[in-house]
Design a protein around this ligand. Sequence first.
Ligand SMILES: Cc1ncc(CO)c(N)n1
Ligand SMILES: Cc1ncsc1CCO
Length: 218
Amino acid sequence: MRPTDHLRALAADDWQAATRHPFTDALADGTLPADRMLAYLQQDHLFIDGFVRLLASAIANAPSLPDAIPAAQFLGLISGPENTYFLRAIDALGGTCEPPAPAAPITAEFQALMAQAARSGRYEQMLAVLVVAEWSYLDWATPHADKAADLPFWFGEWITLHSGEGFEGVVAYLRSQLDSAWHTLDDDAKHAVETTFRHAVTLERRFFDAAQSGFPSP
Ligand SMILES: Cc1ncc(CO)c(N)n1
Ligand SMILES: Cc1ncsc1CCO
């Protein structure tokens, strides 16, 4: 079994809950209320900030230039001028990006996990969080890809950004990096990857739980 299949199997319950979630089901059938989508995107915009820094750390810690290049290309894509999805969608839903929304507790937890992985100096820790974030999004979005074109763009584009050949390639690359790194790790480091991977999957599930109920204050 590939190490990343082993990791996903360890988190099977939360993985299933995060990738077959009522929030993404409602998003994909177009019935998600606009205020819920807006609040989700405003929180996810804060998530992407930490994500970009984590991806940059992974690029800096990749074992070779060929290992780093696909991540650098993905970073360019998501931070490039053609990626105006957040701006356009938040605007169309009647919200603003500036000033940034205060982070909900679950968003702050995600930011903390990403920051911890980024400063760990451990490539496999960075990959554990990146693999969960991208693979879980590929997994929920793929079954809905055929419906995306008929949806308002703030739903449809969020599905197409996370499905299809290009994004499958990103996930395949991230998984293969973690699979390769895994074989170099001692038992303690493997266990630490398992812990981080499971934590990240739990946070993905809880992020959708919170988004579904509109990020209620605790
Ligand atoms: C919370 C969360 N996880 C993963 C992704 C995909 O990068 C995202 N946009 N937001
Ligand atoms: C692919 C993508 N598009 C906008 S943000 C983002 C990163 C999370 O997948």
